[in-house]
Ligand binder design. Structure first.
Ligand code: AMP
Ligand code: MG
Length: 487
Protein backbone atom coordinates (compact mmCIF):
# COMPACT_ATOMS: atom_id res chain seq x y z
CA UNK A 1 0.00 0.00 0.00
CA UNK A 2 1.29 3.38 -0.95
CA UNK A 3 0.82 6.88 0.36
CA UNK A 4 0.00 9.59 -2.14
CA UNK A 5 3.57 10.86 -2.35
CA UNK A 6 4.88 7.38 -3.14
CA UNK A 7 3.53 7.08 -6.69
CA UNK A 8 6.17 6.30 -9.31
CA UNK A 9 5.96 8.34 -12.51
CA UNK A 10 7.30 7.55 -15.96
CA UNK A 11 5.82 10.07 -18.38
CA UNK A 12 6.31 8.36 -21.70
CA UNK A 13 3.77 10.37 -23.70
CA UNK A 14 5.13 13.69 -22.41
CA UNK A 15 8.56 12.63 -23.71
CA UNK A 16 7.22 12.58 -27.27
CA UNK A 17 7.49 16.34 -27.03
CA UNK A 18 5.67 19.50 -28.01
CA UNK A 19 4.36 18.28 -31.35
CA UNK A 20 2.08 15.94 -29.44
CA UNK A 21 1.07 17.88 -26.37
CA UNK A 22 1.51 21.17 -24.55
CA UNK A 23 2.60 21.76 -20.99
CA UNK A 24 -0.33 23.28 -19.02
CA UNK A 25 -0.82 23.52 -15.28
CA UNK A 26 -4.20 22.61 -13.75
CA UNK A 27 -6.36 25.52 -12.68
CA UNK A 28 -7.41 24.82 -9.08
CA UNK A 29 -11.04 24.48 -7.99
CA UNK A 30 -12.27 26.56 -5.05
CA UNK A 31 -12.78 24.64 -1.82
CA UNK A 32 -12.06 21.18 -3.25
CA UNK A 33 -13.73 18.28 -1.49
CA UNK A 34 -14.05 14.55 -2.02
CA UNK A 35 -17.35 13.53 -3.56
CA UNK A 36 -16.58 9.88 -4.18
CA UNK A 37 -13.55 7.64 -4.65
CA UNK A 38 -13.23 4.14 -6.06
CA UNK A 39 -11.26 1.81 -3.81
CA UNK A 40 -10.91 -0.63 -6.69
CA UNK A 41 -9.39 2.08 -8.90
CA UNK A 42 -7.12 3.20 -6.07
CA UNK A 43 -5.88 -0.37 -5.79
CA UNK A 44 -4.68 -0.14 -9.40
CA UNK A 45 -2.17 2.43 -8.18
CA UNK A 46 -1.49 0.46 -4.97
CA UNK A 47 -2.94 3.40 -3.05
CA UNK A 48 -4.09 2.91 0.51
CA UNK A 49 -7.88 3.59 0.38
CA UNK A 50 -7.60 5.67 3.56
CA UNK A 51 -5.75 8.43 1.67
CA UNK A 52 -8.98 9.35 -0.16
CA UNK A 53 -10.22 10.99 3.03
CA UNK A 54 -7.16 13.24 3.43
CA UNK A 55 -7.20 16.89 2.46
CA UNK A 56 -4.13 16.43 0.28
CA UNK A 57 -6.11 13.96 -1.87
CA UNK A 58 -8.75 16.61 -2.66
CA UNK A 59 -5.98 19.15 -3.24
CA UNK A 60 -4.10 16.92 -5.67
CA UNK A 61 -7.17 15.93 -7.69
CA UNK A 62 -8.76 19.37 -7.38
CA UNK A 63 -5.80 20.98 -9.13
CA UNK A 64 -4.11 22.65 -6.13
CA UNK A 65 -1.07 20.45 -5.73
CA UNK A 66 1.05 18.48 -8.09
CA UNK A 67 3.68 15.78 -7.63
CA UNK A 68 7.16 17.00 -8.51
CA UNK A 69 7.43 14.18 -11.09
CA UNK A 70 4.09 14.90 -12.78
CA UNK A 71 4.31 16.61 -16.17
CA UNK A 72 0.81 17.87 -16.97
CA UNK A 73 0.17 17.96 -20.70
CA UNK A 74 -2.80 18.78 -22.94
CA UNK A 75 -2.78 16.36 -25.89
CA UNK A 76 -3.58 17.43 -29.44
CA UNK A 77 -5.87 15.34 -31.63
CA UNK A 78 -8.65 15.82 -34.16
CA UNK A 79 -11.52 13.63 -35.26
CA UNK A 80 -14.76 13.04 -37.07
CA UNK A 81 -17.64 14.49 -35.10
CA UNK A 82 -21.10 13.32 -36.20
CA UNK A 83 -19.56 12.26 -39.50
CA UNK A 84 -17.78 15.54 -40.32
CA UNK A 85 -14.07 16.12 -39.90
CA UNK A 86 -12.94 18.68 -37.30
CA UNK A 87 -9.31 19.49 -38.02
CA UNK A 88 -8.27 20.35 -34.53
CA UNK A 89 -9.56 19.15 -31.21
CA UNK A 90 -7.47 18.18 -28.22
CA UNK A 91 -7.67 18.17 -24.44
CA UNK A 92 -9.75 21.30 -24.01
CA UNK A 93 -10.50 20.71 -20.38
CA UNK A 94 -8.49 17.71 -19.37
CA UNK A 95 -4.82 17.17 -18.66
CA UNK A 96 -2.67 14.11 -18.72
CA UNK A 97 -0.96 14.64 -15.37
CA UNK A 98 1.50 11.87 -15.98
CA UNK A 99 1.94 8.13 -16.19
CA UNK A 100 2.28 6.09 -13.04
CA UNK A 101 3.33 2.49 -12.83
CA UNK A 102 2.23 0.16 -10.08
CA UNK A 103 3.97 -2.68 -8.31
CA UNK A 104 2.72 -5.14 -10.90
CA UNK A 105 4.49 -3.03 -13.54
CA UNK A 106 1.27 -1.74 -15.16
CA UNK A 107 1.27 1.82 -16.43
CA UNK A 108 -1.73 4.03 -15.79
CA UNK A 109 -2.32 7.48 -17.25
CA UNK A 110 -3.62 9.93 -14.67
CA UNK A 111 -5.96 12.23 -16.56
CA UNK A 112 -7.63 15.09 -14.74
CA UNK A 113 -10.85 16.14 -16.47
CA UNK A 114 -12.18 19.63 -15.76
CA UNK A 115 -8.71 21.01 -15.06
CA UNK A 116 -9.14 24.38 -16.78
CA UNK A 117 -8.36 26.03 -20.09
CA UNK A 118 -5.74 24.74 -22.50
CA UNK A 119 -4.66 25.77 -26.01
CA UNK A 120 -7.38 23.38 -27.24
CA UNK A 121 -10.29 24.82 -25.30
CA UNK A 122 -11.73 26.59 -28.37
CA UNK A 123 -14.93 28.27 -27.11
CA UNK A 124 -15.08 26.23 -23.89
CA UNK A 125 -14.25 27.20 -20.33
CA UNK A 126 -12.05 24.22 -19.57
CA UNK A 127 -14.36 23.06 -16.83
CA UNK A 128 -16.54 20.05 -16.09
CA UNK A 129 -19.59 20.27 -13.86
CA UNK A 130 -20.38 18.05 -10.88
CA UNK A 131 -23.26 16.37 -12.73
CA UNK A 132 -21.18 15.14 -15.67
CA UNK A 133 -18.22 14.20 -13.47
CA UNK A 134 -20.43 11.98 -11.33
CA UNK A 135 -21.92 10.41 -14.44
CA UNK A 136 -18.48 9.61 -15.87
CA UNK A 137 -17.29 8.23 -12.55
CA UNK A 138 -20.31 5.97 -12.04
CA UNK A 139 -20.36 4.77 -15.65
CA UNK A 140 -16.69 3.82 -15.76
CA UNK A 141 -16.83 1.86 -12.56
CA UNK A 142 -20.20 0.27 -13.43
CA UNK A 143 -19.06 -0.84 -16.89
CA UNK A 144 -15.92 -2.30 -15.43
CA UNK A 145 -17.97 -4.30 -12.94
CA UNK A 146 -20.05 -5.67 -15.82
CA UNK A 147 -16.89 -6.85 -17.55
CA UNK A 148 -17.01 -4.22 -20.29
CA UNK A 149 -13.61 -2.73 -21.23
CA UNK A 150 -13.48 0.89 -20.12
CA UNK A 151 -11.35 3.67 -18.75
CA UNK A 152 -11.55 3.79 -14.95
CA UNK A 153 -12.27 6.60 -12.54
CA UNK A 154 -10.34 7.19 -9.33
CA UNK A 155 -12.43 9.95 -7.80
CA UNK A 156 -14.62 12.97 -8.23
CA UNK A 157 -13.63 16.19 -6.50
CA UNK A 158 -16.37 18.80 -6.02
CA UNK A 159 -15.97 22.50 -5.39
CA UNK A 160 -17.66 25.85 -4.96
CA UNK A 161 -16.33 27.15 -8.31
CA UNK A 162 -19.26 28.48 -10.37
CA UNK A 163 -19.54 27.12 -13.90
CA UNK A 164 -22.15 28.27 -16.43
CA UNK A 165 -24.05 25.77 -18.52
CA UNK A 166 -27.80 26.15 -19.13
CA UNK A 167 -27.75 27.44 -15.57
CA UNK A 168 -25.09 28.03 -12.97
CA UNK A 169 -23.57 24.82 -11.70
CA UNK A 170 -20.47 23.90 -9.71
CA UNK A 171 -17.17 22.81 -11.16
CA UNK A 172 -15.74 19.38 -10.45
CA UNK A 173 -12.89 17.20 -11.60
CA UNK A 174 -12.81 13.50 -12.30
CA UNK A 175 -9.53 11.65 -12.25
CA UNK A 176 -9.58 9.14 -15.07
CA UNK A 177 -7.26 6.15 -15.39
CA UNK A 178 -6.42 4.29 -18.58
CA UNK A 179 -3.35 2.54 -19.95
CA UNK A 180 -3.44 5.13 -22.71
CA UNK A 181 -5.44 8.22 -23.66
CA UNK A 182 -4.56 7.94 -27.34
CA UNK A 183 -7.63 8.12 -29.55
CA UNK A 184 -8.35 7.34 -33.20
CA UNK A 185 -8.30 11.13 -33.56
CA UNK A 186 -4.60 11.31 -32.65
CA UNK A 187 -3.74 9.37 -35.80
CA UNK A 188 -6.19 11.41 -37.84
CA UNK A 189 -4.59 14.65 -36.67
CA UNK A 190 -1.10 13.78 -37.94
CA UNK A 191 -2.48 12.24 -41.13
CA UNK A 192 -4.60 15.23 -42.14
CA UNK A 193 -1.98 17.80 -41.13
CA UNK A 194 0.47 15.82 -43.28
CA UNK A 195 3.07 15.16 -40.64
CA UNK A 196 4.20 11.64 -41.57
CA UNK A 197 7.25 11.63 -39.32
CA UNK A 198 5.27 12.47 -36.23
CA UNK A 199 2.58 10.07 -37.24
CA UNK A 200 5.18 7.32 -37.48
CA UNK A 201 6.52 8.31 -34.07
CA UNK A 202 3.03 8.04 -32.63
CA UNK A 203 2.50 4.65 -34.28
CA UNK A 204 5.83 3.39 -32.89
CA UNK A 205 4.85 4.65 -29.46
CA UNK A 206 1.52 2.81 -29.52
CA UNK A 207 3.05 -0.33 -30.95
CA UNK A 208 5.87 -0.47 -28.43
CA UNK A 209 3.82 0.32 -25.37
CA UNK A 210 0.44 -1.19 -26.07
CA UNK A 211 0.80 -3.82 -28.79
CA UNK A 212 4.34 -5.18 -28.31
CA UNK A 213 3.27 -8.68 -29.39
CA UNK A 214 2.50 -7.27 -32.86
CA UNK A 215 6.22 -6.63 -33.31
CA UNK A 216 6.63 -10.36 -33.88
CA UNK A 217 4.29 -10.26 -36.88
CA UNK A 218 5.57 -9.76 -40.46
CA UNK A 219 3.64 -6.46 -40.70
CA UNK A 220 3.52 -5.02 -37.17
CA UNK A 221 1.34 -2.01 -38.03
CA UNK A 222 -1.19 -4.18 -39.80
CA UNK A 223 -1.22 -6.62 -36.87
CA UNK A 224 -1.83 -3.68 -34.54
CA UNK A 225 -4.73 -2.40 -36.63
CA UNK A 226 -6.23 -5.89 -36.73
CA UNK A 227 -6.01 -6.06 -32.95
CA UNK A 228 -7.72 -2.66 -32.64
CA UNK A 229 -10.51 -3.93 -34.92
CA UNK A 230 -10.88 -7.07 -32.81
CA UNK A 231 -10.99 -5.19 -29.53
CA UNK A 232 -13.57 -2.73 -30.81
CA UNK A 233 -15.76 -5.54 -32.13
CA UNK A 234 -15.67 -7.16 -28.70
CA UNK A 235 -16.31 -3.93 -26.80
CA UNK A 236 -19.29 -2.99 -28.95
CA UNK A 237 -20.70 -6.53 -28.70
CA UNK A 238 -20.67 -6.07 -24.94
CA UNK A 239 -22.35 -2.66 -25.18
CA UNK A 240 -25.12 -4.19 -27.28
CA UNK A 241 -25.52 -7.24 -25.08
CA UNK A 242 -25.81 -5.13 -21.93
CA UNK A 243 -27.87 -2.29 -23.41
CA UNK A 244 -25.23 0.43 -23.12
CA UNK A 245 -25.59 3.43 -25.40
CA UNK A 246 -22.45 5.62 -25.60
CA UNK A 247 -24.10 8.63 -27.18
CA UNK A 248 -21.12 10.38 -28.82
CA UNK A 249 -19.16 7.87 -30.86
CA UNK A 250 -17.03 10.51 -32.55
CA UNK A 251 -13.59 9.26 -33.56
CA UNK A 252 -11.99 11.54 -30.96
CA UNK A 253 -13.88 9.55 -28.33
CA UNK A 254 -12.65 6.16 -29.57
CA UNK A 255 -9.67 4.68 -27.77
CA UNK A 256 -6.89 2.83 -29.59
CA UNK A 257 -7.13 0.29 -26.77
CA UNK A 258 -10.75 -0.64 -27.54
CA UNK A 259 -12.04 0.59 -24.21
CA UNK A 260 -15.18 2.63 -23.54
CA UNK A 261 -14.00 6.20 -23.36
CA UNK A 262 -15.14 9.79 -22.89
CA UNK A 263 -18.52 9.55 -21.27
CA UNK A 264 -21.12 12.19 -22.05
CA UNK A 265 -24.83 11.68 -22.57
CA UNK A 266 -24.60 7.87 -22.32
CA UNK A 267 -27.45 5.68 -21.09
CA UNK A 268 -28.26 2.11 -20.27
CA UNK A 269 -31.54 0.98 -21.81
CA UNK A 270 -34.43 0.69 -19.40
CA UNK A 271 -37.17 -0.61 -21.74
CA UNK A 272 -35.61 -2.35 -24.70
CA UNK A 273 -35.57 -0.04 -27.71
CA UNK A 274 -33.22 -0.68 -30.61
CA UNK A 275 -33.83 2.85 -31.91
CA UNK A 276 -33.08 4.54 -28.61
CA UNK A 277 -31.14 7.82 -28.92
CA UNK A 278 -29.63 8.81 -25.60
CA UNK A 279 -28.01 12.04 -26.75
CA UNK A 280 -30.59 14.78 -26.92
CA UNK A 281 -28.37 16.68 -29.40
CA UNK A 282 -28.19 13.71 -31.82
CA UNK A 283 -31.13 14.79 -33.99
CA UNK A 284 -30.55 12.26 -36.76
CA UNK A 285 -29.97 9.33 -34.46
CA UNK A 286 -26.51 8.72 -35.86
CA UNK A 287 -25.50 7.20 -32.52
CA UNK A 288 -28.74 5.40 -31.71
CA UNK A 289 -28.44 2.10 -29.87
CA UNK A 290 -28.58 -0.17 -32.92
CA UNK A 291 -26.43 2.16 -35.02
CA UNK A 292 -23.52 1.67 -32.64
CA UNK A 293 -22.62 -1.51 -34.52
CA UNK A 294 -22.18 0.03 -38.01
CA UNK A 295 -20.76 3.22 -36.51
CA UNK A 296 -18.06 1.12 -34.85
CA UNK A 297 -17.05 0.00 -38.32
CA UNK A 298 -17.31 3.51 -39.74
CA UNK A 299 -14.97 4.76 -37.03
CA UNK A 300 -12.49 1.98 -37.70
CA UNK A 301 -12.58 2.94 -41.40
CA UNK A 302 -11.71 6.51 -40.42
CA UNK A 303 -8.75 5.17 -38.47
CA UNK A 304 -7.82 2.94 -41.41
CA UNK A 305 -7.76 5.97 -43.70
CA UNK A 306 -5.30 7.64 -41.34
CA UNK A 307 -3.10 4.54 -41.44
CA UNK A 308 -2.83 4.41 -45.25
CA UNK A 309 0.73 5.82 -45.14
CA UNK A 310 1.81 2.64 -43.32
CA UNK A 311 -0.47 -0.15 -44.51
CA UNK A 312 -1.78 -1.06 -47.98
CA UNK A 313 -5.42 -0.29 -48.66
CA UNK A 314 -6.14 -3.93 -49.49
CA UNK A 315 -4.72 -5.11 -46.19
CA UNK A 316 -6.67 -2.46 -44.30
CA UNK A 317 -9.89 -3.50 -46.03
CA UNK A 318 -9.27 -7.11 -45.22
CA UNK A 319 -8.71 -6.26 -41.55
CA UNK A 320 -11.88 -4.14 -41.49
CA UNK A 321 -13.72 -7.15 -42.85
CA UNK A 322 -13.04 -8.92 -39.56
CA UNK A 323 -15.19 -6.47 -37.62
CA UNK A 324 -18.74 -7.62 -38.34
CA UNK A 325 -18.22 -11.38 -38.08
CA UNK A 326 -16.26 -10.90 -34.86
CA UNK A 327 -18.89 -8.58 -33.47
CA UNK A 328 -21.62 -11.09 -34.29
CA UNK A 329 -19.73 -13.99 -32.74
CA UNK A 330 -19.05 -12.13 -29.49
CA UNK A 331 -22.58 -10.77 -29.31
CA UNK A 332 -24.22 -14.11 -29.92
CA UNK A 333 -21.95 -15.81 -27.43
CA UNK A 334 -22.90 -13.31 -24.74
CA UNK A 335 -26.59 -13.41 -25.55
CA UNK A 336 -26.57 -17.20 -25.43
CA UNK A 337 -25.07 -16.98 -21.98
CA UNK A 338 -27.59 -14.35 -20.95
CA UNK A 339 -30.33 -16.76 -22.03
CA UNK A 340 -28.71 -19.50 -19.99
CA UNK A 341 -27.57 -21.59 -22.93
CA UNK A 342 -24.34 -23.52 -22.77
CA UNK A 343 -24.30 -24.99 -26.28
CA UNK A 344 -24.58 -23.35 -29.70
CA UNK A 345 -27.24 -23.98 -32.32
CA UNK A 346 -27.60 -22.19 -35.65
CA UNK A 347 -31.09 -20.94 -34.82
CA UNK A 348 -29.92 -19.16 -31.63
CA UNK A 349 -29.41 -15.90 -33.48
CA UNK A 350 -33.03 -15.99 -34.55
CA UNK A 351 -34.12 -16.84 -30.99
CA UNK A 352 -32.38 -13.70 -29.74
CA UNK A 353 -33.68 -11.51 -32.55
CA UNK A 354 -37.26 -12.68 -32.05
CA UNK A 355 -37.09 -11.92 -28.35
CA UNK A 356 -35.75 -8.41 -28.94
CA UNK A 357 -38.40 -7.74 -31.55
CA UNK A 358 -41.08 -8.74 -29.07
CA UNK A 359 -39.54 -6.54 -26.41
CA UNK A 360 -39.39 -3.57 -28.75
CA UNK A 361 -42.17 -1.15 -27.92
CA UNK A 362 -43.73 -3.51 -25.39
CA UNK A 363 -42.28 -1.61 -22.48
CA UNK A 364 -40.24 -4.58 -21.32
CA UNK A 365 -37.34 -3.77 -19.04
CA UNK A 366 -34.31 -5.25 -20.79
CA UNK A 367 -32.15 -5.87 -17.73
CA UNK A 368 -34.86 -7.16 -15.42
CA UNK A 369 -36.38 -9.48 -18.02
CA UNK A 370 -33.09 -11.28 -18.52
CA UNK A 371 -32.34 -11.33 -14.80
CA UNK A 372 -35.72 -12.81 -13.91
CA UNK A 373 -35.53 -15.35 -16.70
CA UNK A 374 -32.99 -17.15 -14.54
CA UNK A 375 -34.85 -16.88 -11.25
CA UNK A 376 -37.01 -19.92 -11.89
CA UNK A 377 -37.07 -22.89 -14.27
CA UNK A 378 -37.61 -21.72 -17.85
CA UNK A 379 -41.30 -22.70 -18.04
CA UNK A 380 -42.19 -20.89 -14.81
CA UNK A 381 -40.08 -17.87 -15.61
CA UNK A 382 -41.61 -17.26 -19.04
CA UNK A 383 -45.12 -17.71 -17.62
CA UNK A 384 -44.40 -15.03 -15.03
CA UNK A 385 -42.76 -12.61 -17.47
CA UNK A 386 -45.40 -12.97 -20.17
CA UNK A 387 -47.69 -10.19 -18.94
CA UNK A 388 -45.19 -7.50 -19.89
CA UNK A 389 -45.57 -8.23 -23.59
CA UNK A 390 -48.04 -6.53 -25.89
CA UNK A 391 -48.04 -9.39 -28.40
CA UNK A 392 -49.01 -12.30 -26.16
CA UNK A 393 -49.38 -14.83 -28.96
CA UNK A 394 -45.98 -13.82 -30.29
CA UNK A 395 -44.44 -14.18 -26.87
CA UNK A 396 -46.03 -17.57 -26.29
CA UNK A 397 -44.59 -18.82 -29.56
CA UNK A 398 -41.17 -17.53 -28.55
CA UNK A 399 -41.51 -19.09 -25.10
CA UNK A 400 -42.26 -22.52 -26.62
CA UNK A 401 -39.18 -22.23 -28.81
CA UNK A 402 -37.09 -21.13 -25.81
CA UNK A 403 -38.29 -23.91 -23.52
CA UNK A 404 -37.56 -26.52 -26.18
CA UNK A 405 -34.12 -25.02 -26.71
CA UNK A 406 -33.38 -25.06 -22.97
CA UNK A 407 -34.50 -28.70 -22.79
CA UNK A 408 -32.07 -29.61 -25.60
CA UNK A 409 -29.27 -27.59 -24.06
CA UNK A 410 -28.20 -29.92 -21.30
CA UNK A 411 -28.95 -31.68 -18.13
CA UNK A 412 -28.52 -29.27 -15.26
CA UNK A 413 -30.44 -28.33 -12.15
CA UNK A 414 -32.33 -25.06 -11.82
CA UNK A 415 -29.85 -24.07 -9.14
CA UNK A 416 -26.98 -24.42 -11.59
CA UNK A 417 -28.96 -22.61 -14.24
CA UNK A 418 -29.78 -19.72 -11.92
CA UNK A 419 -26.22 -19.38 -10.72
CA UNK A 420 -24.86 -19.38 -14.26
CA UNK A 421 -27.46 -16.90 -15.54
CA UNK A 422 -27.22 -14.56 -12.58
CA UNK A 423 -23.47 -14.41 -13.06
CA UNK A 424 -23.99 -12.75 -16.47
CA UNK A 425 -27.32 -10.98 -15.94
CA UNK A 426 -26.96 -7.97 -13.65
CA UNK A 427 -29.64 -7.04 -11.18
CA UNK A 428 -28.33 -3.49 -10.89
CA UNK A 429 -27.40 -1.21 -13.77
CA UNK A 430 -26.70 2.51 -13.91
CA UNK A 431 -30.16 3.70 -14.87
CA UNK A 432 -30.34 7.37 -15.76
CA UNK A 433 -32.83 8.11 -13.03
CA UNK A 434 -30.62 6.50 -10.39
CA UNK A 435 -27.72 8.68 -11.52
CA UNK A 436 -30.07 11.66 -11.51
CA UNK A 437 -31.15 11.02 -7.89
CA UNK A 438 -27.54 10.75 -6.79
CA UNK A 439 -26.63 13.94 -8.68
CA UNK A 440 -29.51 15.92 -7.18
CA UNK A 441 -28.41 14.96 -3.66
CA UNK A 442 -24.76 15.72 -4.45
CA UNK A 443 -25.66 19.12 -5.87
CA UNK A 444 -27.18 19.96 -2.51
CA UNK A 445 -24.05 18.78 -0.72
CA UNK A 446 -25.05 15.24 0.23
CA UNK A 447 -22.65 12.72 -1.32
CA UNK A 448 -24.02 9.64 0.45
CA UNK A 449 -26.28 8.62 -2.44
CA UNK A 450 -23.47 8.76 -5.04
CA UNK A 451 -21.33 6.65 -2.77
CA UNK A 452 -24.10 4.12 -2.09
CA UNK A 453 -25.00 3.82 -5.78
CA UNK A 454 -21.34 3.39 -6.70
CA UNK A 455 -21.04 0.67 -4.10
CA UNK A 456 -24.12 -1.18 -5.37
CA UNK A 457 -22.90 -0.99 -8.97
CA UNK A 458 -19.52 -2.48 -8.16
CA UNK A 459 -21.30 -5.81 -7.51
CA UNK A 460 -24.05 -5.75 -10.15
CA UNK A 461 -24.62 -9.50 -10.31
CA UNK A 462 -24.93 -10.06 -6.58
CA UNK A 463 -28.27 -9.53 -4.83
CA UNK A 464 -27.57 -7.05 -2.04
CA UNK A 465 -29.67 -6.90 1.11
CA UNK A 466 -31.67 -3.71 1.53
CA UNK A 467 -30.90 -2.47 -1.99
CA UNK A 468 -34.18 -3.46 -3.68
CA UNK A 469 -34.83 0.13 -4.71
CA UNK A 470 -31.86 -0.03 -7.10
CA UNK A 471 -33.29 -3.04 -8.91
CA UNK A 472 -36.59 -1.49 -9.98
CA UNK A 473 -37.90 -0.15 -13.24
CA UNK A 474 -37.71 3.64 -13.44
CA UNK A 475 -40.61 5.72 -12.17
CA UNK A 476 -42.45 7.68 -14.87
CA UNK A 477 -40.41 10.84 -14.33
CA UNK A 478 -37.20 8.85 -14.78
CA UNK A 479 -38.07 7.19 -18.08
CA UNK A 480 -37.41 9.96 -20.52
CA UNK A 481 -34.74 12.11 -18.96
CA UNK A 482 -33.11 14.29 -21.57
CA UNK A 483 -29.38 14.18 -21.31
CA UNK A 484 -27.65 16.85 -23.34
CA UNK A 485 -24.07 17.07 -24.55
CA UNK A 486 -23.45 19.95 -22.18
CA UNK A 487 -21.09 18.77 -19.52
P1 AMP B 1 -16.44 15.86 -25.92
O1 AMP B 1 -17.75 16.09 -26.58
O2 AMP B 1 -16.48 15.96 -24.41
O3 AMP B 1 -15.79 14.61 -26.36
O4 AMP B 1 -15.48 17.07 -26.34
C1 AMP B 1 -15.19 17.41 -27.67
C2 AMP B 1 -14.09 18.44 -27.68
O5 AMP B 1 -14.51 19.63 -26.99
C3 AMP B 1 -12.81 17.99 -26.98
O6 AMP B 1 -11.73 18.55 -27.68
C4 AMP B 1 -12.96 18.58 -25.61
O7 AMP B 1 -11.72 18.79 -24.97
C5 AMP B 1 -13.65 19.91 -25.90
N1 AMP B 1 -14.45 20.39 -24.79
C6 AMP B 1 -15.62 19.87 -24.31
N2 AMP B 1 -16.08 20.59 -23.28
C7 AMP B 1 -15.19 21.61 -23.07
C8 AMP B 1 -15.11 22.70 -22.16
N3 AMP B 1 -16.03 22.91 -21.23
N4 AMP B 1 -14.05 23.52 -22.27
C9 AMP B 1 -13.11 23.32 -23.20
N5 AMP B 1 -13.14 22.34 -24.09
C10 AMP B 1 -14.16 21.47 -24.04
MG1 MG C 1 -14.17 13.74 -26.13
Amino acid sequence: MKALDELTFDNRFARLGDAFSTHVLPEPLDEPRLVVASKAAMALLDLDPAVAETSVFAELFGGHKLWAEAEPRAMVYSGHQFGGYTPQLGDGRGLLLGEVYNEAGEHWDLHLKGAGMTPYSRMGDGRAVLRSSIREFLASEALHALGIPTSRALCVIGSSTPVWREKQERGAMVLRLAHSHIRFGHFEYFYYTKKPEQQAELAEHVLNLHYPECREQPEPYLAMFREIVERNAEMIAKWQAYGFCHGVMNTDNMSILGITFDFGPFAFLDDFDAHFICNHSDHEGRYSFSNQVPIGQWNLSALAQALTPFISVDALKEALGLYLPLYQAHYLDLMRRRLGLTTAEDADQQLVERLLKLMQNSGVDYTLFLRHLGDEPAALAVARLRDDFADLAGFDAWAEQYKARVARDGDYTQEQRRERMHAVNPLYILRNYLAQNAIAAAESGDYSEVRRLHDVLTRPFEEQAGMEQYAQRPPDWGKHLEISCSS
